[in-house]
Ligand binder design. Structure first.
Ligand code: GDP
Ligand code: GDP
Length: 455
């Protein structure tokens, strides 16, 4: 039970801070070397996070959490890509297209010293078509003498250019004020059921694990033939599919259908595409090729979905290819590989034979149910009271930290704030999470627990 005299009003701010729902997404786009990564570093306030010494180093991580004036949001950095993979115009266009799709608002960075180039003009066209709010940044305005260069960018027709020096921080505060004004409170992809729309699934995984095969299987063979013949027309980005009597939206399937095969830089585009799909989805279905051992890339994709806070189903595909022996070893491999996320839903399927396809939807539904679970405060505190009584925190320095009170601050995924009388050790936190999961069955969803120490 809640501690006597616990002042709930006093901690409201803490609860609100931990309880944010899905965060709106700000994408930072622009040509190479205009200063996107430098700006993203300014925004997230962590220098080491993004900057790489080597130009053109590909990075897996493209989204970061940030806050400004107490508002939290996500930043998509598109700075870490090989500019010469496709030729500069195509690269910038492709990168911008991915990022704009995933974003709720866009920061378009132009190098004020260089001025607007043809490539910049091409991006403006994409931005117009997308219709998302845009904040135009005139970067590399390191001092007052650069202001005139910034003013030249009015010509792009995107409204006021914000003169900024990402390198020195000049003007970045004003620019962020403008960006946050443009950014909606919640992601535009309003979370499905509230509006009665279909639930959104991101089908992700590294190349050749069977994403398109699975999509074809669930969408039905005929449709696929039609799509392939359509070849020249642009594929729909999202695919609406009926499964088990319900309507589902598979987001961002164009990347799966289109089957862009690039040699260099492919990983980076794949990461960006995956991040975009995950942002738009409620549940991620990560496909893994069961005939091979899990790879670093598979792990990264799983991490991306977990860190984005999405419900998670891991589908081991190509199950038809396994012999007895491989199956035996695979089970052990899986236990080891997924040790960090024992809560993930798991299915073993074959997109080729259709094996266990009927288990996919129930797994997705379970994961979504966990993701949306809300535990009433009274029930949560009764449970926490039991834990404190039966498994108290070890005594440290003559004191015994206690959980005083807890509340669920948010869902999608579930977020909890625990108030404690002292620092709770990592081991104890993990124990509390494990017990929470056992008690309230958060299968298939990450959960967040933050602890606030009240003196
Ligand atoms: P990206 O390719 O768009 O991500 O660009 P980077 O952030 O990697 O920056 C490219 C180069 O421009 C780097 O050498 C940065 O130090 C430099 N740069 C970035 N912002 C500024 C700025 O505001 N002023 C000046 N003078 N240089 C900058
Ligand atoms: P994607 O790159 O993830 O979209 O993968 P694809 O769907 O293109 O599949 C890659 C290859 O794996 C193709 O040759 C498929 O026929 C094959 N494949 C996909 N699913 C299965 C499966 O369940 N069993 C077997 N044996 N092969 C599969």
């Amino acid at each position: 039970a809640a501690e006597e005299g616990f002042d709930l009003e006093e901690v409201e701010g803490d609860i609100a801070a931990a309880g944010h729902g899905p965060l709106p997404v700000l994408a930072v786009i622009g040509r190479p070397n205009v200063g996107k990564s430098t700006l993203v570093n300014r925004i997230i306030g962590r220098r080491e996070a993004v900057v790489e010494d080597k130009p053109g180093v590909t990075r897996d991580r493209v989204t970061y959490e940030a806050d400004w004036n107490g508002r939290r949001f996500k930043v998509v950095d598109t700075g870490g890509w090989e500019q010469d993979v496709l030729g500069i115009d195509a690269s910038v266009a492709m990168q911008a297209e991915f990022a704009i799709e995933a974003a709720d608002a866009v920061v378009f960075v132009v190098d004020a010293k260089v001025g607007a180039t043809d490539t910049d003009e091409a991006v403006v066209k994409l931005l117009r078509r997308a219709g998302k709010p845009v904040v135009l940044v005139a970067n590399k305005v390191d001092g007052p003498s650069g202001e005139a260069d910034a003013a030249m960018l009015w010509s792009l027709g995107l409204g006021e250019p914000h003169p900024v020096s990402a390198l020195h921080g000049r003007g970045t505060g004003d620019m962020l004020d403008a960006a946050l004004e443009a950014l909606p409170e919640a992601p535009a992809q309003t979370f499905g059921t509230a509006l009665g729309g279909p639930r959104r699934i991101a089908l992700i995984g590294r190349p050749n694990v069977g994403k398109s095969s699975l999509l074809n299987k669930v969408a039905g063979e005929e449709r696929v033939v039609v799509n392939e013949q359509a070849g020249t027309t642009r594929d729909p980005v999202d695919e609406i599919i009926e499964l088990a009597g319900k309507t589902w939206k598979f987001v961002d399937t164009a990347g799966i259908r289109r089957r862009v095969h690039l040699q260099e830089g492919a990983d980076y585009y794949a990461s960006l595409r995956t991040a975009a799909a995950v942002e738009k989805a409620e549940v991620a279905v990560v496909l893994i090729d069961a005939s091979e051992s899990i790879s670093v890339q598979d792990q990264r994709i799983i991490t991306m979905a977990v860190e984005a806070g999405r419900a998670l189903v891991i589908a081991y595909n190509k199950w038809d290819t396994l012999d007895e022996e491989r199956r035996f070893y695979l089970e052990r491999e899986i236990e080891r590989d997924l040790v960090q996320i024992p809560w993930a839903m798991r299915v073993n399927v074959s997109a080729r034979t259709g094996r266990h396809m009927e288990k996919l939807v129930p797994a997705i539904e379970t994961a979504l149910a966990g993701w949306e679970t809300r535990i009433p405060t009274g029930r949560l505190n009764a449970f926490l009271g039991e834990i404190v009584a039966s498994h108290p925190h070890p005594i440290r320095g003559g004191k015994q930290p206690r959980i005083l009170f807890g509340t669920q601050a948010g869902t999608k995924p579930p977020r909890f704030v625990l108030f404690a009388s002292g620092f709770l050790e990592a081991g104890y936190r993990r124990f509390v999470e494990r017990r929470l999961r056992e008690e309230f069955s958060f299968d298939g969803t990450p959960i967040h627990i933050s602890v606030r120490v009240r003196e």
